[in-house]
Design a protein around this ligand. Structure first.
Ligand SMILES: C[S@@+](CC[C@H](N)C(=O)[O-])C[C@H]1O[C@@H](n2cnc3c(N)ncnc32)[C@H](O)[C@@H]1O
Length: 409
């Protein structure tokens, strides 16, 4: 029985003994279901419906409940029943105890004043990390999109494998996260809908943040994708750290006029800027060669600056299991957070970045200057020139930083 590389063998195909294209053709004929439809239910792990369901039940000679269980689909009513009859599972299922594997001794491959970087599989590295030992986790895993990574990892595994793998590393992350610590997971909205499902069982939902990204590839017969999802959860009831972030008013880059009309409310705007919402409109992808540290994707410094400033304080420990070019680590370092990093592939891009600080430092200085102000220096200049209102129209007092900003004009 040979497996076909282009076919993802999820639970439905296993149940129907489909392991290659020929099997698929034969079984779809026997079931009188188009092979594309069978593939759809298998790949997306969606419970079949209508005629397809009837045919599969007849073919398997089983009930709908049995098929659901075989496909790993458990409705809440059944969960309720299991929770009242746990002995049925406990007596028949022996959960492996992996605790003994946790005694892994770690040896870092690179270190800085604040950080330690390991080369390896994050699942193994996390085994060597203590419970409750980090304060903030940011994870930007591979998106399973057939992308080529420098590390050569397979970025096109079946949906079932990807979700099972996601659950594994998330559970480890939650183990090492300290109570009240925050975890942020960046992914496509599609994958994060599954990730959310995993997290909802163990962590406390704070936000589904949309990180607006223009220029994503259009998809036929679908809405134009314009955001990535950034999940924000905490361990336990309350966040240990929540440093409210403020951003400047969005203005027209030609005239400086505000894009949204604040009407009569403008007088009461906070001179430190607008409260950040769960839609990040001001994050631009890293495209320019000058700022890019490697061929494959790399997150903007500004996104990490925001997350780390929001959910940690100086001296806290930040962990990112998927290093890539090390964006999380450089931002953590320059914001004086301890950090722990892992990358399965080469660490060269990350090490290079630490040895060539000037671009990241310049970016961070600019970002920091443009955070927690109502208008940036440039906005103030343009607005003054074109007669738009500025700080003097506000009711609230301007703090030290803003005074400095104004006196520089
Ligand atoms: C989407 S990239 C992260 C990019 C990073 N946020 C940045 O800004 O540069 C994902 C990275 O995770 C690495 N990776 C994939 N599987 C891994 C694993 N099991 N353990 C550690 N790193 C892994 C890949 O080699 C890739 O560099």
């Amino acid at each position: 029985m040979s497996n076909d590389k282009n076919l993802h063998i999820n639970r439905l195909f296993k149940e129907l003994s489909i392991y290659n294209k020929d099997d698929l053709k034969n079984i779809s004929k026997q079931l009188n279901i188009k092979s594309t439809e069978l593939e759809f239910y298998n790949n997306k792990m969606i419970f079949p419906s209508g005629k397809a369901l009837d045919s599969i039940l007849k073919f398997k000679n089983c009930s709908e409940l049995e098929l659901k269980l075989r496909l790993g689909i458990v409705d809440n009513e059944l969960i309720e029943w299991i929770s009242r009859n746990p002995e049925v599972i406990v007596n028949n299922y022996n959960l492996e105890d992996n605790c003994s594997e946790r005694d892994v001794k770690l040896q870092e491959n690179f270190s800085t004043k604040y950080g330690k970087l390991y080369k390896g599989d994050c699942l193994n590295i996390m085994k060597g990390m203590k419970d409750n030992s980090v304060d903030l986790i940011f994870a930007d895993p591979p998106f399973n999109l057939k992308k080529t990574y420098e590390s050569g990892i397979n970025d096109y595994i079946s949906e079932q494998e990807y979700i099972e793998w996601t659950e594994k590393w998330i559970l480890e992350c939650l183990r090492i996260l300290s109570p009240g610590g925050s975890i942020f997971i960046y992914n496509l909205p599609y994958w994060n809908s599954y990730t959310s499902n995993i997290l909802n069982k163990y962590a406390n939902f704070r936000h589904w943040i949309s990180v607006s990204m223009k220029g994503l590839i259009p998809v036929a017969k679908k809405l134009q994708p314009e955001h990535y999802s950034l999940l924000y959860y905490i361990k336990g009831e309350r966040p240990k750290v929540f440093n409210k972030q403020r951003i400047p008013v969005q203005t027209c880059r030609h005239c400086g006029g505000e894009i949204r009309d604040y009407g009569g409310k403008k007088k009461s705007l906070d001179p430190c800027g607008l409260s950040i919402s769960d839609i990040f409109m001001d994050i631009n992808p890293v495209r320019h060669k000058k700022y890019k540290n490697r061929e494959s994707n790399e997150l903007p410094v500004k996104l990490l600056y925001r997350v780390i400033s929001l959910a940690s304080n100086e001296g806290d420990t930040v962990f990112d299991p998927f290093g890539g070019s090390g964006t999380t680590y450089v931002v953590a370092e320059y914001l004086k957070r301890n950090w722990v990093g892992v990358e399965i592939g080469s660490l060269d891009d990350i090490v290079y970045r630490f040895n060539n600080k000037s671009i990241d430092l310049k970016l961070l200085q600019n970002i920091s200057k443009e955070s927690n102000v109502l208008f940036t220096d440039n906005q103030v200049k343009l607005r003054r020139k074109n007669g738009f209102w500025c700080y003097e129209k506000l009711d609230k007092k301007i703090n030290g930083t803003q005074k400095e900003l104004l006196s520089n004009l």
